[in-house]
Structures are given as C-alpha cells and as structure tokens.
Design a protein around this ligand. Sequence first.
Ligand code: PMP
Length: 423
Amino acid sequence: MKDHDRLVPGVRDMGSSATLDINERCKALAAEGREIFRLGLGQSPFPVPDLVVAALREHAGEKDYLPVAGLPELRWAVADYYRRRHQLDCDAAQVLIGPGSKQLLFLLQVIHKGTLLLPTPCWVTYAPQASVLGRKIRFIPTRRSDRWRLQPEDLDAACRQPGSKVLLLNYPDNPTGQTYTAQQLAALARVARKHRLVVVADEIYGELDFDDDHRSMAAHYAEGTIVSAGLSKWCGAGGWRLGTFVFPPALRGLQDAMMAVASETHSSVSAPVQYAAVVAYRGGKEIEDYLRNSRRIMGALLSHCAARLRAAGLQVAEPQGGFYFLADFETQRTALAKAGIENSAVLCNRLLQETGVALLPGAVFGREPEELLVRAACVDFDGTAALRAAARHYDGDLDNTFLAAHCARVLEACQRLADWCKA
Ligand code: PMP
C-alpha cells in the first residue's frame, strides 16, 4: 500500500500551504545571493508591545492547564474590550480562547456540517480547512468594480439552495485591504437574517483599520455573528498563538460543541500567553499609542505603494486596513501574454525571478488562475524602529521622508514592480 492510499480523501491532494511554499523559494534564491523583497508572507512587522512582553515574562512560571474556554480573567478582558471598543452587549461566558483563530476556525468547521460561503478573493486557509473535512464550499466571486466587497444580492443568490450555511466575512480583508461601511454591513446583515446564516466575521485586522473606524458585524447581526480575532495581527504576536471567538447567546449550542472538541484536542492555550493577553486586552495608553502608530505607518505605506503601482498602470483599490493590497495586471494582459505570462502563478514566478519581489498569486485566494491578480504584504521593514520613529519624531501624517527612512525595502520593491511594468 502506498502512503498516498492511506490518506483520508480530504487531504490526498492537499499541497503544503502556498504561503509556506513562497517562503521556501525565497530562501533558495537568497541562498544564491539574490536580494529578495519579502512581500509574500504576511506577518506583522511590529513587535509585541513592551508591557505585554513583560506580562509574559512575569507569568512564565504559570504551568497548570487552564480551563478549555480560557483563563476567566482573559475571557472577561476580551468581553470588556468588545463592550468598550465596539459597544457590543457581550459577557465573558460568550468568549472562547483558542491556540490561534486558525484553529478555532477549523474547529467550527469540524462541528458545523453546513455549506461554507466564501466571498473571493479570500484568505488562503478557509477553503483547505473545509476540504479536509469534506465540507461543501460555495465561492462567491466579488468584483473589482465593487472594490472586492461582497454585495448583498450576490449573497442572497448564493443562499437560494436549502441547507444550513456559514458565511465567512473577513474585513479589513486579506488579501484586498478593503473593508465595509456600517451601511454595507447592515445590508449584508439583512440578507444573513433572511437566510438565518451563521456569520463568522473574521475581524482579526479590525484594529488595523487605518481610520480607526472598524465596525463589527455583530453590531448589525447580533444573533447570528461569531466574531473571530486574536493577538496575531494587532498585537504583533502571531507566534504566541492566541485567538478569540465571541459567540452570540443564540449559538450557545455551537460554542458548547466547539468546547467539547477543544477539550479532546488542544485542551487549552499556553497559560503564560493567556495571562499576558489579559494585559493586551485591558488596553491603556501604551497600547493605544502602539495601535495609533501601527495604523499610521501601515496606512501611509500601503497608500504610497498603491499609488505608485496605479501610476505604473496597474489597478489597485485604495487599501483601508491591514497589511495587504491586491494589484490587478489586467491592463497589461496583451503585453504579458507576449512574454508568456497568462496566469497569476506564472506572473508571480516571473516577478520573483526578474525583480526579486515575492508576492502571492490571486489563484491561491480562490480566484480564477488566469486572472492577473497578485497580493502584496507590505511587511518587509523593521517595525520596531518604524514605531519608535513614528512616536518620537512625527506628529501628523507620515510622509515620504518617513517611508523612505523606515520602509525603504517596501518602497524599493514597489519601484521595481513599477519599472518591470514599464519595461
Ligand atoms: N484570518 C486571516 C484573514 C488571517 O490573515 C490570519 C493569519 N494570516 C488568520 C485568520 C489566522 O491568524 P491566527 O491563527 O494567528 O489567529
């Protein structure tokens, strides 16, 4: 029997994650002495705030298993954060702490048998998780003319067939950098209510809305929205592995089922990390300053990059939050075809070879391979130095002088992409 035949059907054709692949290729090129600009993998460039690191150090001796749902003080702090920041009516009993929101998203799919509705482009992991478990997926392609936002009528059309469904709604969005206004969320909420959808609002980049104006879907569709987030993005702590789900009381059955599976799988999240997370969620001036400067830096950088690529003829919607933007090379299709470039994977390979800039192809975000879409993660800079400089030396908007001094590699990468387009 070949190893392949021993595998369950959902994983037989699963490759390794696209984001990890690009990392491997970058390493290989770097080993040949090539200069590589890492705009592929999207982790936070910023350090964990000092007071949160200090709290982790202080609690390094915590060694006991914690409750499956999470440390009570942390569940309380998370609920308080949502009351404070988003005026959500929620209490600690609704909070579930997990080892990264990725794991919580997976466990939700373990316990929920419905069809997964995925507006595309969407984060690389949602669909493989559903496939592993043999869940049905319905992709809902969004349009560039709608700035890649899910439209209520498209959601309605995707709900016509009977059966329970989960909508995954991510904003600020990975990969497009787009978000929704309160009005747009309200319109989606009306459709969700009509079809009694479970909505998982993946708001992990919410604190990185450049205008600090993130609205939770739970404010519009309280009874059916699970809010997914965690420390990885706004607190720079991806490697700490701490994610949060906030359930509405009406979905208590799903919450209990997830806790039952969690108790038989990961048990609980690392104790010291949970104690440190209490400090992060409690907030205060140091955290607010850290967030304000993170938003200023990412906002200025993404806006600058998007403008530079638009000037080179690409189509890029103005980024509104997070670390990413999506560039469309459609305007260059004829010229690219002459150079043998007819899909996003080949486009990314050629860009990596010819400019040293690592990007991810639109195809891994659930788009048609022949669409000439690429995602840039603008994180190849020293976030610690940039935060320090933004806090000390700059009051208003961060200008090009700041970006040239502190985000030079990202600027150089965008310049190389622009020059490549012109050539
Ligand atoms: N959702 C989105 C949209 C993401 O980009 C990521 C991380 N790349 C996650 C969820 C998962 O984050 P974590 O598991 O670290 O909480």
